[in-house]
Write a protein that binds this ligand. Structure first.
Ligand code: THU
Length: 165
C-alpha cells in the first residue's frame, strides 16, 4: 500500500476586521508574500514574485511564480495563490499581497492576474509591496476598471445561441 503524505497545511491569520485589515495583518500578509517569493521557480526571467492571499474567513494561501521551458506555460504568483485557495474550496477573498525584488517600485500585477482576481469580485484589496515592506493598496476595480466578469455572461444579448447537441 502506498503511503500518501499530505503536506498542505492550512494557515490562518488573526484578523478582526471584515473589510479593513489592521496594520498588523497587512504587515503579516506582506511578510508571507516575501516568504513565498523565496520559492519562486524562475530560471528564465530571474524575476521572483510571491503572493499571499487572505480569504474572508482569514485563511492564508501563498503562491510564487512557476516558469517553464515552454515559456508560455509559466504561472504567475498571484494566480498560483488564487488557484490553491479555490482548489481547497475558498473563493471569497479580503486581500492579496504581492512581493518582488524591485527596489524602487511597487510590484504591479500583470493584466492576466488582474482579470484572474476580478473573477472573484472587484472590491477586494491588492497590496503592492516593495522589499523593504513599503506598500500601496488598490482595489481590484482600481487595477482593472470597466472590467468584464462573470455577471456579464448572464446579461441580455441580441442573439441567444441555441444549445448544440
Ligand atoms: N510575474 C508574476 O508572478 N506576477 C505578476 O503579476 C507579474 C509577473 C512573473 C511571471 C514571470 O515568471 C516573471 O514574473 C517575469 O515576468
Amino acid at each position: 500500500m502506498d503511503q500518501v503524505k499530505y503536506t498542505g497545511q492550512l494557515m490562518h491569520i488573526e484578523d478582526a476586521g471584515l473589510r479593513r485589515l489592521s496594520q498588523e495583518t497587512v504587515k503579516k500578509l506582506i511578510q508571507h508574500s516575501q516568504e513565498a517569493k523565496k520559492q519562486a521557480y524562475c530560471p528564465y526571467s530571474k524575476f521572483r514574485v510571491g503572493a499571499a492571499l487572505l480569504t474572508v474567513d482569514n485563511c492564508l494561501f501563498t503562491g510564487c511564480n512557476v516558469e517553464n521551458a515552454s515559456y508560455n506555460l509559466g504561472v504567475c504568483a498571484e494566480r498560483n495563490a488564487i488557484s490553491k485557495a479555490v482548489s481547497e474550496g475558498y473563493c471569497a477573498f479580503k486581500a492579496i499581497a504581492i512581493a518582488s525584488d524591485l527596489c524602487d517600485q511597487f510590484i504591479s500585477p500583470c493584466g492576466g492576474c488582474r482579470q484572474f482576481m476580478r473573477e472573484f469580485g472587484s472590491s477586494w484589496d491588492v497590496y503592492l509591496s516593495k522589499p523593504d515592506g513599503a506598500y500601496t493598496k488598490m482595489t481590484v476595480s482600481q487595477l482593472l476598471p470597466v472590467s468584464f466578469g462573470p455577471e456579464d455572461l448572464a446579461m441580455k444579448k441580441v442573439l441567444d445561441m441555441p444549445d448544440v447537441c
